[in-house]
Design a protein around this ligand. Structure first.
Ligand SMILES: Nc1nc2c(c(=O)[nH]1)N[C@H]1C(S)=C(S)[C@@H](COP(=O)(O)O)O[C@H]1N2
Ligand SMILES: [Mo]
Length: 231
């Protein structure tokens, strides 16, 4: 992956803020970062395809960014669009059947959760391009495909948007994507995962082990609609 990142330009970087928000506009990332409380967090990462890792990220709480741009009361979702630059991204022009750009969303409640993190660095340095420079999302209780890299736009909306994967394969990669060992992917079990650093196999944990912080958000839905919502 890193071999293909040479042409990708991450400086300067503009992020667009639009939709149901009090301070829409185009922001220079450097200027935004000066206002954000940067911190380091070590967290677990779990891909839907069962590999897992542990990463030391640098970043700031998504909630701090929300306080800065001020979503309007009607906003229920925040959608994130990622960079789409075929001339800087080898492989993208050949994969024309995918609905690029890569696109994801969270409920605003999820984005405000204290574990929702916007990442600018890894291993104490600016994030390498392959890990989503210059800004990416980390919600460690959700599968990796929610963790959008190289974000160019945050859009606030009232209705749930269709995401990149929910357009392609809604049965396999749904909106919630909460990690749950008891809800299998249609083509494989999610009961176990392997650590990419060592190959060791571990049992998958509900919410990737972060239930203490996030389970409350989903309890009403779980009671009403059942476990499928975790997919
Ligand atoms: N922009 C963008 N973000 C993305 C993806 C992508 O293809 N494009 N893939 C996702 C998937 S499926 C995973 S598992 C993680 C991988 O993050 P990592 O490269 O930092 O390990 O990125 C996610 N974010
Ligand atoms: Mo993934």
């Amino acid at each position: 992956m890193w071999r293909n990142t040479d042409k990708f330009e991450t400086e300067p970087w503009t992020i667009e803020v639009s939709g149901l928000v009090s301070k829409p506009g185009k922001y220079d990332l450097e200027q935004v970062l000066r206002k954000m409380p940067l911190e380091e967090r070590i967290c677990r990462f779990r891909c839907v395809e069962r590999w897992a890792s542990v990463m030391p990220w640098t970043g700031f709480p998504f909630a701090a960014f929300l306080d800065f741009v001020e979503p309007q009361p009607k906003a229920q979702y925040v959608a994130m669009t990622t960079a789409y630059r075929p001339n800087q991204m080898p492989g993208i022009p050949e994969q024309s059947w995918y609905p690029w750009p890569y696109y994801e969303a969270l409920t605003l409640q999820e984005a405000r959760n204290e574990l929702a993190f916007l990442v600018t660095g890894a291993f104490g340095k600016p994030a390498p391009k392959q890990h989503g420079a210059p800004i990416r999302l980390i919600t460690p209780w959700k599968f990796g495909f929610k963790q959008v890299k190289s974000i160019v736009k945050f859009e606030f909306m009232e209705k749930k948007p269709q995401t990149f994967w929910s357009k392609l394969q809604p049965q396999e990669y749904g909106f919630w994507a909460n990690i749950n060992p008891e809800v299998p992917h249609p083509r494989w079990s999610q009961a176990q995962e392997w650590l990419i650093h060592t190959g060791d196999v571990y049992p998958t944990q509900l919410y990737n082990g972060y239930g203490e912080w996030v389970a409350d958000m989903y309890e009403p839905m779980r009671q009403k609609e059942g476990a499928w919502l975790y997919r």
